[in-house]
Write a protein that binds this ligand. Sequence first.
Ligand code: BDR
Ligand code: CA
Length: 311
Amino acid sequence: MNDRIPLLIDTDPGVDDALALLMAFDDPWHEVVGLTIAAGNVGLRHTVANALKLCEVAGVDVPVYAGCASPLLHPARDAAYVHGRDGFGDTGYEPATREAAAEHAALALIRLSHEHAGRLLLVALGPLTNIALALKLDPTLPERIGRFVVMGGAVTAHGNITPAAEFNVAFDPEAAHIVFEAFARIDLADWEATVAHGFAHTGFEAWLRADSPRARFYDAISKQTREWSSDRRGDHWHSADALAMAFALEPDGALELIERPVAVELEGRHTRGATVVDWRREGGAADNCRILLRYDQARFEGRIRRALAAG
Ligand code: BDR
Ligand code: CA
C-alpha cells in the first residue's frame, strides 16, 4: 500500500508558489495528486502554463486542472508587478509540451476528496476562488479533507496589498469568506508569519547555484522578484507560499501556534479583504483557525535548499 499522504495544491504560480511546489515534489512522505490552478498573481492562462512548465522542469507528471479565471464577484488587480507579466519573471521560457487536464479544478477537487477521503492534505497557495466554488457545488467537502493549510491573511492587519489586507484574501474576499466559514479547522500561514521568516538574499543566491535544473530554472524565474524585493524590503527575501508549504509538509516544525476565530471583512472602506481575528474571543464564534506564529527557521531553510538542489 502507498502510505504517502495525498497532497492536493491549489495554486496561482507565481514565483513563491513555484518554490512551494518544488518543496512538495521533493518530499518523500507526500504524493502530489494534483494541482488545481487559480487566477491571482497573474491571469489563469499564465498560471496554468507556469504550473505545467514547473512540472516539466521538476520531471513530475502531476495532473494540472485549470480553475476559475476571475474572482467570484469583483474583478481584482493582479500581482504582475511582483512576479513579472507572465508570473514567472518574463524569461520567455519554452512552453511545456503537456497540456492541462480537461476537468475543471473545482470538480477535480471534489473528486479527489472522495478518492482520498479523510487523508487528503489540501494546501491553498492562492486566492480561494476554486475552493469556494467546490464548496458551493458540494458543501460536504470539508468532511473529507484530512487537513487544510491556507497561505493567506494578515492576522494583525499588517497587509501587503492594502494596509490591512493580504493579497490572496484581498483578491477574492467573497471566496475567502465562504471558505473560512465552511471549514471547522484551517491551518493558517499568514503574511505576517512570512515576514517573520525571511531568509538572507546572499544565502539564497548561494543555494541557487546548485547544479540542478530546478535551481537554474528557479534562479531565472525569481530574478526579477528578488530584485524588486531587495529594493523594497531590504536584505531578506520572503516566500509566503514556501513557508505555508513547510508548515503543511512538516507540521511539527511549528514552534508556536494559536487557535482563534478568524473572519473575512467584505465591506470596510479601508479593510475589505482583511482577516479579522477575534483575539479575545469576544464574539462567541468557534476557533476556526490554527494560526502559525513561529516555525523552525533551520528546518524551513533546509527544506528549501533540498528542493532546489534535487534532481
Ligand atoms: C501571497 O500572494 C501572492 O502574491 C503570493 O504568491 C502568495 O501566495 C502572499 O501574500
Ligand atoms: Ca500564491
